[in-house]
Design a protein around this ligand. Structure first.
Ligand SMILES: *[C@@H]1O[C@H](CO)[C@@H](O)[C@H](O)[C@H]1NC(C)=O
Ligand SMILES: *[C@@H]1O[C@H](CO)[C@@H](O)[C@H](O)[C@H]1NC(C)=O
Ligand SMILES: *[C@@H]1O[C@H](CO)[C@@H](O)[C@H](O)[C@H]1NC(C)=O
Ligand SMILES: *[C@@H]1O[C@H](CO)[C@@H](O)[C@H](O)[C@H]1NC(C)=O
Ligand SMILES: *[C@@H]1O[C@H](CO)[C@@H](O)[C@H](O)[C@H]1NC(C)=O
Ligand SMILES: *[C@@H]1O[C@H](CO)[C@@H](O)[C@H](O)[C@H]1NC(C)=O
Ligand SMILES: *[C@@H]1O[C@H](CO)[C@@H](O)[C@H](O)[C@H]1NC(C)=O
Length: 508
């Protein structure tokens, strides 16, 4: 084990946090939430405390004003000498809050948490329902007293399960002592797994609650952030925090107006018919649909050291196309993060954040059955109305850079798991087949990019801010109005398109 490796990456992460403003050194008054009096004494001595205020809460909460607080960090300790198969116990069990952190409201898309859990709202979730999900699960996750346990059933594609579990472990490090006890089933493949129609009708059994990366209108999967937020090692896509920073820098290289005035797409078309069809829209000798499309052959790219696929180098066109793969595609956030206007080919699946994005505000809608024509129209229209196209590109990009930060990804996971746990009607238990998992156990035995990405995405200190405030559920009429509005906007764009093509046909 090469320890200088960790130190090196540790300092990169350190710099990274500094850039984002949650610097390890803080000069501020802060509230400290501590459960054990003895640790308060130790802390007071250590922190150079000048004033201790009273306690307005039933729990022991002290407000401590300090000259300076040094945020402690707990790096990954791969030379930990515990018993094999055990985890170190030196990580804090509680969080210390910064006084200025009154929790702000979460972004709108958090409202879909209530929507995804709605099938169990009136009945609650019984053990029997969870157990029925086992047939649709790659693993069971158990959280008891802040510790995580996993029971593996089947192996999914690549290392999706490992990075998903890694993400949950980081959530436990970010909000120690705050994630409630729970048991859940997790499905890691592309397509949703719980079919709505099997659980409808007066005598239908309750659906099993199963967590997964996407949903659609025919499924009841509970949508959870996908593994790529902690990195996609097999394709050398770094963890989201690093990628987002890199794309932010990439965006600065070229103003929108100076970018190539065509629609760009790069990817593997072989995974879905919609992508194969899209390839017909590439520029040819006969016709220019204003699209510039490039295929990726991952085996070649691997040999070339992935130097051709850096996402931050792909913000070079005014327009970028998003088209689904086998189901939702993880590329959505990378495409949206470029300031280019996203041309969103009508998706059949949704991830956890797209549902609150609005056509013509955050992206331009493209029909699935008229892709080439729609693309050509969108690009021409955008080049005729550059101020509007620029604004749509910017709004979509700002949504991602402001409201899809890693902090919000963790907050989404926190609220989703908390709301789910509230519905459980049984006491979560560690089953005999499950083993405890912790960051050390996962990352220390990995190598290469797998390990590098885990070290890069390690949460090194508990949060000093509370999770954002969960917004209320949609009232049914409110939700209907929102969805109608989105539909209306897409219809309006379709109308422009047909008028444009009709007028062209008349001229000919
Ligand atoms: C790692 O754990 C070992 C023993 O368990 C301890 O001696 C060492 O100080 C720890 N290292 C760090 C960086 O915490
Ligand atoms: C982010 O979410 C907040 C809260 O819903 C909202 O007020 C804000 O406009 C959003 N920002 C962007 C850039 O979409
Ligand atoms: C539901 O169950 C009732 C009573 O067992 C039965 O009469 C009815 O036909 C069932 N309905 C359906 C749709 O299966
Ligand atoms: C699309 O056309 C460009 C320019 O001719 C070419 O470089 C590219 O390989 C083509 N893409 C596909 C998927 O055929
Ligand atoms: C990428 O790597 C390949 C093979 O090592 C090399 O031939 C090529 O010039 C590199 N491309 C870039 C853009 O660095
Ligand atoms: C863009 O402007 C040109 C020139 O005015 C016009 O011929 C064309 O129809 C416009 N295209 C769209 C899609 O608005
Ligand atoms: C959508 O369009 C229909 C018909 O044009 C209209 O009646 C309805 O009020 C619109 N709904 C919204 C939310 O804009």
């Amino acid at each position: 084990m090469d320890d200088s490796f960790h130190v090196g990456y540790g300092s990169q992460i350190h710099n990274f946090f500094s850039k984002f403003g949650s610097a390890p050194v803080k000069r501020s008054a802060s509230i400290t939430v501590i459960l054990f009096f003895s640790s308060i004494i130790v802390l007071i001595n250590w922190l150079d405390v000048s004033v201790i205020l009273g306690d307005p809460f039933p729990r022991t909460i002290f407000s401590i004003i300090r000259k300076q607080r040094v945020k402690f960090e707990i790096p990954l300790n791969c030379s930990y000498e515990g018993l094999p198969g055990t985890c170190p116990s030196n990580y804090p069990l509680t969080i210390e809050l910064d006084e200025s952190s009154s929790a702000a409201a979460c972004p709108e898309y958090f409202r879909w948490i209530h929507q995804d859990l709605k099938p169990w709202k009136s009945t609650g979730i019984t053990r029997e329902m969870v157990e029925r999900g086992r047939a649709h699960a790659h693993f069971r996750l158990v959280i008891v007293n802040g510790k995580a346990y996993v029971e593996n059933y089947i192996k999914p594609f690549q290392t999706r399960d490992m990075f998903t579990i890694w993400g949950i472990l980081q959530l436990l490090r970010l909000y120690p002592g705050m994630v409630p006890d729970l048991e859940l089933m997790f499905w890691c493949e592309d397509r949703p797994v719980v079919r709505k129609r099997l659980y409808q009708g007066p005598n239908a059994t309750a659906p099993p609650p199963v967590f997964h990366y996407c949903g659609n209108k025919n499924a009841l999967d509970i949508v959870f952030p996908d593994w790529t937020f902690w990195g996609w090692a097999e394709t050398n896509i770094r963890p989201w925090m690093q990628t987002l920073m890199a794309i932010k820098e990439g965006n600065k290289r070229m103003n929108w107006i100076d970018r190539i005035p065509y629609a760009f797409w790069k990817g593997n078309p072989k995974v879905a018919p919609a992508r194969e069809e899209l390839m017909n829209c590439n520029i040819s000798d006969e016709f220019d649909w204003k699209a510039r499309l490039y295929t990726l052959d991952w085996s070649k790219i691997k040999k070339g050291g992935y130097n051709d696929t850096r996402l931050e180098d792909q913000c070079t066109h005014r327009y970028k196309i998003y088209v689904e793969g086998i189901a939702w595609s993880v590329s959505e956030k990378y495409i949206m993060a470029c300031d280019s206007m996203t041309l969103l080919v009508k998706p059949n699946y949704h991830d956890f954040f797209i549902r609150s994005m609005v056509p013509m505000q955050h992206y331009w809608p493209i029909n699935n059955n008229n892709k080439c024509r729609d693309l050509k129209f969108a690009v021409e229209w955008g080049n005729n109305h550059t101020d509007v196209a620029l604004a749509i590109g910017k709004a979509g990009s700002e949504f991602i850079h402001e409201n899809l930060t890693m902090k919000y990804v963790y907050d989404y996971m926190f609220h989703l798991l908390s709301e789910y746990a509230k519905l459980l009607k049984f006491k979560p238990e560690v089953p005999p087949g499950a083993t405890e998992v912790c960051s050390e156990m996962k990352a220390c035995s990995e190598k290469g990019r797998w390990k590098k990405f885990m070290v890069q995405s390690l949460v090194k200190s508990p949060s000093d801010k509370l999770p954002c405030r969960l917004p209320p559920p949609y009232e049914p009429p409110e939700l209907k109005a929102f969805l109608d509005r989105k539909k209306n906007i897409s219809k309006k764009v379709q109308k422009w398109e047909s008028q444009y093509w009709e007028s062209l046909n008349k001229k000919q």
